[in-house]
Design a protein around this ligand. Structure first.
Ligand code: AMP
Ligand code: MG
Length: 450
């Protein structure tokens, strides 16, 4: 048994040594949520010209020392125009009308906002549009972004290993990347275990339970950048369970077809019950365990290990205290044994399996960051375990409040589906008062409601 933090570090250390998959090229939008296998480089300066950020007049800041200043309007540049220096330039005492997104004409060193100007009285022989009165001064460099200030041509805009979100898509689009190279999604085999578990399209018998864990895990795997593969449900019988696990780990036929899975997730059968055989069977298969149990609730029996490298098992304490994990041997396959209670399955996935999938997907695993919110009503718990309790975050703007969802324990998916986050309670806290700030872990994609 290791602490939550030790368990997390162990996963991170192993994740740091895994190999990325092959590379494929996809259309830019199909790259959303995928991990870049190439760096994206600026093909030109960003911005490619001195870009006005306001509608107004391109001016020489020195001309506005005395206010109001009257300037002669000698032209206009709108977005998309190119002001040829010979034809459109700002001389002393002059201004050029300019729109947001347009290039600054030669001679100008600032833009004054149109709100700070008025059209002056036209002297004889001039039209009103040819004269502007400016009521505020500007600093040199104000209201435009100099060419190349955001990025220089050739500069790296997005690193290899970065997961593409809408902002990444935007910058790749700006650099003209209509197709991007991404890593293949890792294939994650999910083996649900339990005599009572049946597939969701079967009619469950009176004591049977639908295999919801495959679906929650598949959704979480997808969200972490992988692809889930559903294996047939394994019963709680040593021989049959062993055959299923062996097949999932070795998958000779699939290896030959290049379809072998990169990670195995097992659910159920890791607790202390007479028919919880997963750990025992993995032991028989010479698995190396990095931890068997973490001081968390829900999810205490969670198991992390690997099979296939033939390495001797290490004690939890040694592994936890140990330095960097060894790089994996070629056919080493990591597995997580997640407890079968649906909420435990989801929480332990988020805490431990996610960083491994992110690494297999080619990313640097994301740090786990807890947010803070004010507690709405008092919490009393037992000490000893770090708790991740389903909770409801509400409120608006800066007034986020959180309260525990009233639940029936870690099998209660109905309550979990109504909750949107977990309150994180340190192992030494017994009582937390209403109004205290508490940590919380958001549930990915949770509905924050109205
Ligand atoms: P176990 O971890 O095998 O002791 O299972 C704990 C609880 O989770 C039991 O109530 C199981 O029926 C339930 N459970 C196990 N596997 C699944 C599954 N795949 N889908 C939904 N519930 C499950
Ligand atoms: Mg079971």
């Amino acid at each position: 048994m290791v602490s939550f933090e030790q368990a997390r570090r162990l996963v991170e250390q192993h994740a740091a040594g895994v190999c990325r998959g092959e590379v494929e090229t996809v259309d830019l939008l199909a790259g959303l949520g995928r991990v870049l296998a190439e760096g994206v480089v600026a093909d030109r300066d960003f911005p490619p010209f001195d870009r006005a950020t306001r509608d107004g007049y391109a001016v020489r800041a020195a001309d506005l020392a005395k206010l109001p200043a009257r300037l002669e309007v000698v032209g206009e540049v709108k977005a998309g125009d190119w002001p040829e220096p010979g034809a459109c330039a700002v001389g002393r005492g002059q201004a050029v009308g300019i729109m947001t997104g347009a290039p600054l004409p030669a001679g100008a060193d600032a833009v004054v906002m149109v709100e700070h100007t008025s059209l002056g009285d036209a002297p004889a022989g001039k039209s009103a549009a040819e004269l502007v009165e400016v009521h505020r001064s500007v600093r040199q460099g104000e209201n435009f972004v100099p060419r190349g200030a955001e990025a220089r041509a050739g500069q790296l805009l997005l690193d290899r290993g970065r997961r593409l979100d809408h902002a990444g898509i935007a910058i790749a689009a700006s650099a003209g990347k209509s197709r991007v190279q991404v890593f293949r999604k890792p294939r994650v085999a999910v083996l649900s275990t339990g005599d009572e578990v049946v597939e969701i399209d079967a009619t469950p018998g009176p004591a049977q339970i639908r295999n919801s864990n495959f679906y929650s895990l598949a959704a979480q795997v997808q969200n972490a950048g992988g692809e889930a593969v559903r294996l047939p449900i394994a019963p709680d019988q040593r021989e049959r369970l062993r055959a299923s696990i062996e097949q999932a780990l070795i998958e000779q036929a699939l290896i030959e077809e290049g379809l072998a899975c990169d990670l195995l997730l097992l659910t159920g059968g890791v607790s202390m019950g007479k028919y919880d055989l997963v750990e025992q069977v993995l032991g028989e298969l010479k698995a190396e365990f990095y931890f068997t149990g973490a001081e968390i609730q829900p999810g205490r029996p969670v198991v992390f290990g690997s099979c296939g490298a033939g390495a001797p098992a290490r004690a939890d304490s040694e592994a936890a205290a140990g330095t960097r994990a060894r790089a994996p041997a070629p056919h080493k396959k990591y597995f997580f044994g997640l407890p079968g209670n649906p909420v435990s399955t989801m929480v332990t996935f988020e805490l431990f399996a996610r960083p491994m999938i992110e690494a297999l997907a080619g990313m640097t695993p994301q740090r786990l960051i807890f947010l803070r919110a004010r507690l709405k009503s008092e919490i009393r718990t037992k000490t000893g375990l770090k708790k991740f309790l389903p909770a409801i975050l509400s409120g608006e703007f800066e007034n986020a409040e959180v309260e525990l969802a009233r639940w029936q324990g870690s099998g209660d998916i109905a309550t979990l589906a109504r909750a949107n986050c977990y309150v994180v309670i340190p192992p030494d806290r017994e009582r937390i008062e209403a109004g205290e700030w508490v940590s919380l872990m958001m549930r990915c994609g949770a509905d924050l409601g109205g």
